[in-house]
Design a protein around this ligand. Structure first.
Ligand SMILES: [Fe+2]
Ligand SMILES: [Fe+2]
Length: 254
């Protein structure tokens, strides 16, 4: 039941069935390919043309073209991220009433964290739709499980609610970090080749970084608000973290 939301390292699982039904996913890659091949065709013959090409490439490098496995990675990452943010919004929705009722001074903090999660969820809903990524088939299950997790830790008290946030954000923070590192490795490879990432992929990287930072901010808030005082702290946090990791793994594939 604790298999709330969350996501995880997006391994490169080939989903051939889905590939066959959704050939347009991550469509922003296509223009890059066209621009690159056009540029390469121009890069020939006279010195004048070479100089001209050189001055143009100073302004705009060839775009880095993602491999099939890299596109599968992003496909999986967006699906898991959407599932995780769905769960996060459900946790806070269920947790907020009992926590605020017993500790009214926490209302601004709970509202702040919920608002950020709702923003993350909206971001991934748009990205999923834009790039035609299949949402996880576990969507209704995560919705129910995360609501239960939020409600149960909320009624256990402020410390348990904060321990829940600590556990979830520990997992999700490292999950986003892995995604950021992966895309940065692509960027480094692109630079070695004299290329650059597509603008849309750069924007996605910036989005992942921003959301990671906001998740880690939630983790700090939880610790500042006595998450470590939850009883029983270790079993509670360990079970939630295990549930998060399982939910991430499942959502990558299903
Ligand atoms: Fe979030
Ligand atoms: Fe969060």
């Amino acid at each position: 039941m604790k298999s709330l939301s969350l996501l995880r390292r997006c391994t490169i699982d080939s989903r051939n069935i889905y590939r066959q039904t959704s050939p347009l996913f991550l469509d922003f890659l296509a223009p890059s390919t066209l621009r690159q091949s056009t540029q390469l065709r121009c890069n020939s013959t006279t010195a004048f043309q070479n100089d001209n090409q050189q001055s143009r490439s100073n302004k705009s490098k060839p775009k880095y073209r993602l491999s099939e496995s890299q596109r599968e990675y992003l496909d999986s990452a967006l699906r898991v991220n959407q599932a995780g943010e769905l769960a996060a919004t459900r946790i806070y929705t269920a947790q907020r009433p009992p926590v605020v009722r017993s500790h009214p001074h926490l209302r601004p903090l709970m509202n702040h964290m919920y608002d950020q999660e709702a923003g993350h969820f909206s971001t991934f809903n748009k990205l999923i739709a834009k790039h035609q990524v299949r949402p996880t088939a576990m969507y209704p299950v995560w919705q129910a499980a995360s609501s239960f997790l939020g409600w149960s830790t909320g009624v256990m008290g402020r410390e348990a609610a904060m321990a829940c946030t600590e556990a979830v954000e520990t997992e999700i923070g490292s999950h986003y970090n892995e995604q950021v590192r992966e895309i940065l490795s692509w960027e480094a490879e692109a630079e070695r080749r004299g290329e650059e990432l597509d603008d849309e992929l750069k924007e996605m990287l910036a989005t992942f970084r921003r959301i990671r930072d906001e998740e880690l901010e939630h983790l700090d808030h939880a610790v500042e608000n006595d998450s470590k005082e939850a009883k029983p702290y270790d079993p509670l946090v360990n079970v939630i973290r295990l549930g998060c990791r399982a939910a991430i793994k499942i959502s990558e594939r299903v």
